[in-house]
Design a binder for this molecule. Sequence first.
Ligand SMILES: *[C@@H]1O[C@H](CO)[C@@H](O)[C@H](O)[C@H]1NC(C)=O
Ligand SMILES: *[C@@H]1O[C@H](CO)[C@@H](O)[C@H](O)[C@H]1NC(C)=O
Ligand SMILES: *[C@@H]1O[C@H](CO)[C@@H](O)[C@H](O)[C@H]1NC(C)=O
Ligand SMILES: *[C@@H]1O[C@H](CO)[C@@H](O)[C@H](O)[C@H]1NC(C)=O
Ligand SMILES: *[C@@H]1O[C@H](CO)[C@@H](O)[C@H](O)[C@H]1NC(C)=O
Ligand SMILES: *[C@@H]1O[C@H](CO)[C@@H](O)[C@H](O)[C@H]1NC(C)=O
Ligand SMILES: *[C@@H]1O[C@H](CO)[C@@H](O)[C@H](O)[C@H]1NC(C)=O
Ligand SMILES: *[C@@H]1O[C@H](CO)[C@@H](O)[C@H](O)[C@H]1NC(C)=O
Ligand SMILES: *[C@@H]1O[C@H](CO)[C@@H](O)[C@H](O)[C@H]1NC(C)=O
Length: 824
Amino acid sequence: MVMGKEENLCWAFLVLLITTLLSDNSFQLIDAQPYKYNPVANLSTSWTNNDSVYVSGDSLPLNSLQPILVRSYFVCGFWCVNSRGACLFAILLSADTYVTEPQLVWSANRDSPVRENAILRFTQNGDLILENDDGSFVWSTNTGGKSVSGLNLTEEGNLVLYDKNNEKVWQSFDQPTDSLVPGQKLVLGNKLTASASASNWSRGLFSLAVRYAAGLVAYIESDPPQYYFEEYFNWTTTPSIQFVNGNLHWLSIPNASAGQLQFMKLESDGHLKVYEWKELYYNWMVVADLLASNIGVCGYPLACGKYGICSDGQCYCPEDANRYETRFFRQTNYRIPNQGCTPITAISCDHSQYHSLMELQNTAYFSYQRLSYNENPKLDNKTDLEGCKKACLNNCSCRVAQFIHSWNNFEGRGCLLISEVFSLVDTGRNNENISVFLKVQNPQKKSRRVTIILGSSLGAFFGVFLMAALCFFLYGREKEAKELYEIYLDQVPGMAVRFSYEDLTTMTNDFSTKLGEGGFGSVFEGMLRNGTQIAVKRLHGLGQVEKPFLSEVETIGGIHHVNLVRLIGFCAERTFRLLVYEYMSNGSLDKWIFDRHKRASLGWQSRRKIILDIAKGLAYLHEDCSHKIFHLDIKPQNILLDDNLNARISDFGLSKLIDKDQSQVITALRGTPGYMAPEWLTLNITEKVDVYSFGVVVLEILCGRKNLDRSQPEEDMHLLSLLKRKAEEGRLEDIIDEDNDEMRLHEAEVIKMMRVAMWCLQSDFPRRPSMSAVAKVLEGLLDVETNLDYNFTTPRRIADAAHKEDDALGVATQLLPSALSGPR
Ligand SMILES: *[C@@H]1O[C@H](CO)[C@@H](O)[C@H](O)[C@H]1NC(C)=O
Ligand SMILES: *[C@@H]1O[C@H](CO)[C@@H](O)[C@H](O)[C@H]1NC(C)=O
Ligand SMILES: *[C@@H]1O[C@H](CO)[C@@H](O)[C@H](O)[C@H]1NC(C)=O
Ligand SMILES: *[C@@H]1O[C@H](CO)[C@@H](O)[C@H](O)[C@H]1NC(C)=O
Ligand SMILES: *[C@@H]1O[C@H](CO)[C@@H](O)[C@H](O)[C@H]1NC(C)=O
Ligand SMILES: *[C@@H]1O[C@H](CO)[C@@H](O)[C@H](O)[C@H]1NC(C)=O
Ligand SMILES: *[C@@H]1O[C@H](CO)[C@@H](O)[C@H](O)[C@H]1NC(C)=O
Ligand SMILES: *[C@@H]1O[C@H](CO)[C@@H](O)[C@H](O)[C@H]1NC(C)=O
Ligand SMILES: *[C@@H]1O[C@H](CO)[C@@H](O)[C@H](O)[C@H]1NC(C)=O
């Protein structure tokens, strides 16, 4: 990336963002002692949220936990997502040896997180009160004066306030959030409510509850509620279902393999999933998706996003179905069809004279299958079809009208007006019993003036062009303005070649040969008209990025070096963003060093040359370009090899294209953490982060294995830990790749190269060499630093935290970037 000093702050935020969005937070407890905490507490005790310890994971800054009560796998305490500075008073489920981050199963204050220094008070009169750092009231059990005598976190994960007779006065099981743990019941009057999103704890759209008349129901909390699951049950007692090993009432669940480490969660997308701790994967895995078999993929309200039509899991927009000219809807995100559709002209109550209803054929609202039990719409004969349509048109908040002519054995008509629209379902046939109408806003007639002037004089074209662009900007018509801007850009000389999307479609034979999949998108093989082979990278989710894309392309296009993959051209058309690169016939380095057969053919000289090439390419980016460029994503997948196995670095400059709102792209960066330097944690990003990643790559080349190799015995799984051990034992030769005989013959040189790698891997980044120094060492012009620290993965701040824990809590956590690179 091109880095100016003033941009450092932005980058810090970006890093924060990237890292908070990285999913699947696997982490490792190095020294897994049981927490030294009580499972019970007495009256007149208080806890300040000022002593939380990092729980290592690949979210940066790390999440942290301050235990208050601990019993077996359950921890009750302050749970903080540091990137948001938000904490919950919560109960978490935590496996004890190799674990992912603890899993949140209950919280007191999901809608109003607290900050550091918030206080939990267990008062003399038996109330449990949560106050924020400024002393403001946040939450309480309201048990003051109810003879509470203590607080107990039970074996089941239930937080209980009990009285002198050990009777429960209050329990967290009575106020579930979005999860159930084994043994917990969902009773009449309670409900699970999903979070707003995976990263937002607030109450979201979906709820799950038991009802007398309908058994178990899942629904959207709207007015009226929209049901998407109903399992009828003839209750003989007060409705209540319990999550036990093997089932949730009549819904069966795979038995927990050991230790009951399961929990059930109503997800923000409406799925009800059961997670189980799997020792084998050191991770929480989904073992059941409980409602899915009953309602099918299209039965979820967000199966295809808002206004999306679901057909066997495929999504399309209302008009695509009938191949109408697209006048009213477009896909919200072109690359992600299940994100739904957006009205092209927003529905505005100020212009209701332009409203009309569009009838959908073969389509029903997502909840139509559930009509037998729920009361929506009531088949009350109150309105007829015309009356139903009229009612929707006359009520501004109405967005969809669904009219039922008759349903199963229920005689009579019913009209349902929906104000918040979720997915629709393709019923596959003309369903005469249901009519669905979408409200649409007809665009108002545009002023004709621009068109008239345009036709009148060719000479005025350019002026009009600018005027039109200005006009669109003034009226907020960004889309049209963008298109005009694109046309304008075609005329600008001195940039990389601009291709049309159509051209690239032809050149890649309709994107038929996929070369690979990277963090930013897929790469396809193609050929220019003159026969030159090319690699076309189709970027994901960059449709909204305009200016940065073009200026970055300009910068990248201007960089030429023998060890950098050359950018030939690009395409920026509508939401398409593609980059056209020279073709590298031998593919990416990972295919060579992680494949046994190819590796065997890769001798010492080839490997040495590849390492030198990478070093020179990076040195050029860091030191010789007109702008300093940090790559930020050095890994074998981004090193390409040509016919003669010369290595070139690809994807430089691309990190800069990530738009903060495009979470898709950011989560796609997953895997990078295995190569990330420890100081990412402190946001102290310099070109030395590339040096660190380079060190990891060199090591992988020399050892012929991945940084994290789960096929190895546990103690050897992490290459950097293994390196540390072997370096301390003075037995570095043990880890040299054995698949190529030549490597053994050059043992001394290989070990010297390992020392270069270790120098690059110094956790204290100022101690790492610059890339030009590395290149000099490789060319024999400079010696390797001899005083090396073998703690390659321990950033200073976390080391302190781990130390503190060792002393105070008996739990040590440590960031192990080497543990973070999952298998690809
Ligand atoms: C609670 O009080 C009892 C009796 O006063 C005492 O034995 C016990 O250690 C106290 N527990 C804690 C966690 O302080
Ligand atoms: C946390 O706050 C409490 C009360 O203000 C104080 O006694 C304690 O020393 C603080 N702990 C730390 C680690 O700062
Ligand atoms: C706390 O709960 C456990 C069950 O998990 C129970 O054995 C214990 O007696 C309870 N302690 C008190 C003080 O109620
Ligand atoms: C979290 O979700 C709630 C409910 O949808 C919303 O009001 C709130 O703004 C969201 N918070 C953040 C930080 O996005
Ligand atoms: C529900 O169960 C009761 C008692 O078992 C039975 O009398 C009744 O007919 C059942 N109702 C339905 C609708 O099945
Ligand atoms: C699951 O566990 C329950 C009780 O622990 C047992 O009755 C049942 O047979 C088990 N089911 C299977 C499929 O192992
Ligand atoms: C549709 O209506 C017809 C009669 O009006 C009825 O026989 C049929 O069962 C209905 N279909 C469904 C799915 O309810
Ligand atoms: C609606 O009309 C049908 C047929 O005309 C009748 O059978 C049904 O009972 C009516 N329903 C109500 C709620 O009035
Ligand atoms: C308009 O429709 C909404 C729901 O679609 C309903 O709650 C509201 O009562 C309706 N308003 C009027 C005036 O009918």
